[in-house]
Design a protein around this ligand. Structure first.
Ligand SMILES: CC(C)(COP(=O)(O)OP(=O)(O)OC[C@H]1O[C@@H](n2cnc3c(N)ncnc32)[C@H](O)[C@@H]1OP(=O)(O)O)[C@@H](O)C(=O)NCCC(=O)NCCS
Length: 163
């Protein structure tokens, strides 16, 4: 796990009311890559993040001042949206930030008249699945053996938000 900066030590519990979403900046990417590597089995690379910016995806960063709490990336096409990445920095897990991120995404979808919001999640990622169910997603399909694991493959669960 990356070391905490002085600011992070001072505000180990970033305040929800002080946190806000910002469009990603190129200067955020190095920090985001470290958070990503700390949080995911198959982390996105710096190139993946830069490609996502070039593709024009929605890339929002949840910050308390300059401190990155988490981020999400979503792609939009016609009336569909796909959540491509959602991550909360490990030190700040289980403090409600995941729920805040999903609410922000859903608000964005409503503003863009999206009627279908999808995501894919590893079957073993119980914490994420609980978060999605809590926020109104339902399982709508399975992609068998879609993801690689250290000792084989695992299913992707396809989930959709009920507007
Ligand atoms: C999934 C993730 C975004 C959740 O973020 P978070 O800020 O910890 O989530 P929240 O604090 O808002 O929790 C929301 C709900 O999810 C469930 N949940 C999340 N973490 C949990 C845990 N460690 N144990 C049990 N339930 C958990 C709970 O139902 C929780 O609600 P509750 O606190 O009222 O019980 C975060 O764990 C993460 O970044 N994981 C690594 C990256 C990842 O797996 N992304 C998803 C890829 S599809």
């Amino acid at each position: 796990m990356p070391k905490l900066s002085v600011k992070e030590k001072l505000i180990l519990r970033p305040k929800k009311e002080k946190s806000s979403f910002k469009n990603v900046e190129l200067s955020d990417i190095e920090k985001i890559v470290l958070i990503e590597e700390d949080c995911h089995i198959s982390p996105w690379s710096k190139t993946n993040f830069l490609d996502s910016i070039s593709a024009g995806n929605l890339f929002q960063v949840l910050k308390d001042d300059e401190l990155i709490i988490g981020y999400y990336i979503a792609s939009f096409a016609a009336d569909e949206c796909e959540l491509l990445n959602i991550t909360v920095k490990k030190h700040f897990h289980r403090q409600g930030f995941g729920k805040i991120i999903i609410s922000h995404l859903v608000k964005n979808c409503l503003g863009r008249k999206v009627s279908n919001l999808f995501l894919e999640v590893r079957r073993s990622n119980k914490n994420a699945i609980l978060l999605y169910e809590k926020k109104g997603f339902n399982e709508v399909g399975i992609r068998p053996n879609y993801y690689k694991t250290s000792n084989g493959n695992e299913d992707a669960i396809l989930m959709a938000f009920s507007f």
